[in-house]
Design a protein around this ligand. Structure first.
Ligand code: HEM
Length: 504
């Protein structure tokens, strides 16, 4: 046994000498320490191994207990974490969704304005008080102008999106893209939505004739893929008729590949920056959509081809440095109309990223909302009937045409969608990072720079204090009288403040 140990030690010394000369001394030393430890374990008796394991375990537990003291030391109420996952064990094990985890923590902190929790060992600050929600999102935005920390978002193609940008870079991007999504631009693009809606109606009529069962979730995804591909990439797909379309397959894959389907990967990634870098790499669907957008732009430029869609507005923005937007001027925001387009290079990289971002931003959120809305209508036939009557009545007024103005006249539809977004908010959690230390108003609590802040939208939307019988689907919660009787910040399906959803 001794001989074995001695041989390992000798070879380590020799190799260390060699590597020292090559300049790789430190990295190799770590590897050799590991080999040495392994050697020790292999050549030790069982009680020596047990002792070593106990020491390592004890050290890790001690390190975790120090980390888990973070909120206690600052006098912030917190939900006791468990070793080693903090408060997100159920999320990591797949027992609860992100929204449910935060709802559980929100409930446990009942009676407090805010509280603390841990993502593994990372301290996270959760807000319950609506006034504080408003301060963080709107009034004191300068202290919270980033969603995640810089190390979490510093690399990869997605770091250039509006969603993951911070500070002045985010501001310039937002000012540049905003004019492409104004009401007049949406109106100009409205025919994109009606085209896809007609495709869906034809498909549904066929299905009803054959009385086949229908998977509503995939119907909603197909419809959204059609709309978003047409809107962002200028491509007409009709996924329902062409289920093998590459757009459809890539659309399905992209969300999974980017996020791993949940916050879990993001949380682990924020813990290990290396994993995060790998996450941000260019996955196949991103490369596919990049190629489509680039080819479409080149084709349009070469042939002088024009279409009223997002891609065209972004191209206009790139070529002219601005969009001459009627309603931007109407809204008296001249700085938006004259702002140069930020960061577009000759290879259209930034332009393609915007198309990709807006496609992604609408893809999952819209399909989820449509899917849940159809579900609620099917289990609430009275509400379905009322909505049907409204739609039939308004369409009659507009000669059977679904127009921008007609849709805006459908007040009950708006209530139904609002209630769907209350019960099933696609963005059920808002994230901000404290970018400048912040003293919580009216308290002695100082929120340190770098702390992750969570606004548990799903929990607020399901709090019986604001929404009695929260599990009941009731569009009348959104009539004028009921809306006025509630505090504003308890309804946040599109976020709030300067970083609010751009597609709202
Ligand atoms: C039902 C549909 C949608 C829902 C529920 C939704 C929800 C949200 C939420 C909750 C946020 C975060 C806001 C915050 O942090 O305060 C967000 C951000 C964003 N959304 Fe949406 N969204 C929807 C559709 C869309 C569409 C169709 C687009 C674009 C075509 C879009 C573009 C964006 C962008 C660009 C951001 C980032 C804004 C920024 O950081 O400045 N969204 N959305």
């Amino acid at each position: 046994m001794k001989r074995g140990r001695c041989m390992i030690a000798t070879s380590i010394t020799e190799k260390m000498e060699l590597e020292k000369n090559k300049g790789g001394y430190i990295a190799k030393r770590k590897v050799h320490m590991l080999v040495f430890t392994m050697g020790l374990i292999l050549h030790s008796s069982s009680w020596e191994v047990a002792l070593l394991v106990a020491i390592i375990y004890g050290t890790i537990k001690w390190w975790f207990s120090i980390k888990f003291n973070y909120w206690k030391l600052r006098g912030v109420p917190y939900v006791p974490p468990s070793f080693p996952c903090g408060n997100i064990g159920d999320l990591l094990l797949g027992h609860l969704s992100t929204n449910m985890i935060y709802q559980k923590i929100y409930d446990k902190l009942d009676g407090h304005q805010f509280g603390g929790l841990f993502h593994l060992t990372k301290p996270v600050f959760i807000i319950r008080d609506l006034e504080l929600v408003k301060n963080v999102l709107v009034k004191d935005f300068v202290h919270f102008n980033n969603r995640f920390t810089d190390t979490e978002t510093e690399s990869g193609i997605l770091s250039k999106t509006l969603f993951l940008s911070a500070g002045s870079k985010w501001k310039k991007l937002r000012l540049s893209i905003s004019p492409t999504l104004t009401p007049s631009k949406i109106k100009a693009m409205f025919n994109i939505f009606t085209e896809s809606a007609k495709d869906m109606m034809d498909f549904l009529q066929e299905k009803v004739r054959d009385s086949e069962e229908l998977e509503v979730k995939s119907l909603a995804y197909d419809f959204t893929t059609d709309v978003m591909c047409s809107f962002a990439f200028g491509q007409r797909i009709n996924c329902m008729k062409n289920p093998d379309s590459e757009f459809r397959l890539m659309g399905h894959r992209i969300m999974k590949e980017l996020t791993g389907g949940s916050l879990v990967v993001k949380i682990i990634a924020s813990f290990f920056t290396i994993v995060n870098r790998a996450l941000n790499c260019k996955c196949q669907p991103i490369q596919f959509f990049e190629k489509v957008a680039t080819e479409t732009i080149e084709h349009r430029e070469k042939n002088g081809w024009f279409r009223n869609d997002l891609l065209q507005f972004l191209m206009q923005l790139k070529q002219k440095g601005k969009i001459v937007s009627d309603d931007v001027l109407e809204n008296s925001c001249p700085q938006i109309a004259t702002e140069g387009y930020y960061g577009i290079d000759k290879k259209y990289e930034q332009l393609v990223i915007h198309c990709l971002e807006l496609f992604l931003a609408g893809y999952d959120t819209m399909s989820m909302t449509i899917g849940f809305c159809l579900h609620e209508l099917s289990v609430n036939p009275d509400i379905q009937q009322t909505l049907r009557e409204e739609i039939d009545g308004v369409l009659k007024e507009f000669g059977g045409e679904i127009t921008y103005e007609a849709v805006h006249k459908m007040e009950y539809l708006e209530k139904v969608l609002s209630e769907t977004l209350r019960m099933y908010p696609a963005g059920g959690t808002l994230f901000r990072t404290c970018t400048n230390s912040y003293m919580i108003p009216g308290t002695k609590t100082l929120l340190e720079k770098g702390v992750q802040v969570v606004i548990p939208v799903y929990a607020l939307h399901h709090d019986p204090k604001y929404y009695p019988e929260p599990e009941k689907f009731d569009p009348e919660r959104f009539n004028e009288q009921n809306k006025a009787s509630r505090p504003q910040s308890c309804y946040l399906p599109f976020g709030e403040g300067p970083k609010m959803c751009l597609g709202w």
